[in-house]
Design a protein around this ligand. Structure first.
Ligand SMILES: O=C(O)c1ccccc1NCC(=O)[C@H](O)[C@H](O)COP(=O)(O)O
Length: 273
């Protein structure tokens, strides 16, 4: 689905979440929770993401993203495991996999394929609103789960975060403004992403990370997400204090994804803090 937004119209995020909830309700009737729980117990143990995402230089989380609501199709990606392998060859510290089918043309099978193909931590990037999806993520082999502050009330954010941690995974808690950063930190996030893209309007504000980074405590790992076109953007985020960047479109559309990832990481070989 490709969207246009109208002032005062329903937010894009709200529309995506409504679809996700409908599909989830269907899955919950066809795949009993006990089955998901059993698959999670049999999944390979989670990989520790935090040490992978902070260290010397800027870490790159490279995304498997076939399409975007704003731009439509980006890349067909017939073999997500092979693409993730190219990212890792270029130095990616983690891989993000969009598993949502209707707006991003993703699938849960993409995540499993990527997890099998690479040895770095793998993020389930989806619109998680219910504990069932956290268990699903673990059952698929995910090491990280995205929690979007704008999609969750405070008690739900806190309880989903606790659940991600109790399953041994890491949550990437995503914020777009100061109030959301505060909520992420108060909920106990250890990894906070500032998304330059406002998921309600799809507008990109590349200044958002620099404006918000100082409000993220030093023991929390900081990720700058979205809108990164190349090394200059990555270097600017590093200078503003990012430990890692999360990049989708620029790497899936590159003719050489390994080189694209390597250039992003190399551009920002400066000390951040
Ligand atoms: O990408 C979108 O258009 C989008 C729209 C609505 C909700 C989420 C969306 N994207 C998810 C992401 O956060 C990005 O895929 C990710 O940060 C990479 O962004 P980019 O490098 O700009 O492709």
């Amino acid at each position: 689905m490709t969207v246009t937004t109208r002032p005062g119209g329903e937010s894009v995020l709200a529309r995506i979440v409504a679809d996700v909830r409908r599909e989830l309700a269907l899955r919950m009737t066809t795949v009993p929770f006990s089955q998901v729980e059993a698959r999670a117990a049999a999944a390979p143990p989670p990989r520790d993401a935090l040490p992978a995402l902070r260290g010397d230089g800027l870490r790159v989380i490279a995304e498997v993203k076939r399409r975007s609501p704003a731009k439509g199709p980006l890349a067909p990606i017939p073999d997500p495991g092979a693409l993730a392998g190219r990212y890792v060859a270029g130095g990616a510290a983690a891989i993000s996999v969009l598993t949502e089918p209707n707006w991003f043309a993703g699938s849960p099978a993409d995540l499993t394929a990527v997890r099998t193909a690479v040895e770095v931590p793998v993020l389930r990037k989806d619109f998680v609103v219910d504990p069932y999806q956290v268990w699903e993520a673990r059952a698929l082999g995910a090491d990280l789960v995205l929690l979007i502050v704008a999609a969750l009330d405070a008690p739900t954010l806190r309880s989903l975060l606790g659940q991600v941690h109790s399953l041994g995974m890491t949550a990437l808690v995503e914020a777009h403004d100061q109030a959301e950063v505060t909520r992420a930190v108060e909920a106990g996030a250890r990894l906070v992403g500032v998304n330059a893209r406002d998921l309600r309007t799809l507008r990109i504000d590349m200044a958002a990370f620099a404006a918000l980074a100082a409000g993220i405590p030093p023991d929390v790992v900081r990720v700058a997400e979205s809108g990164i076109r190349g090394p200059a953007d990555a270097a600017a985020y590093r200078a503003a204090g990012a430990d890692a960047v999360l990049v989708g479109e620029a790497v899936v559309t590159s003719p050489d994804p390994a080189a694209a990832v390597a250039a992003l990481a190399a551009a920002a070989a400066t000390e951040a803090r």
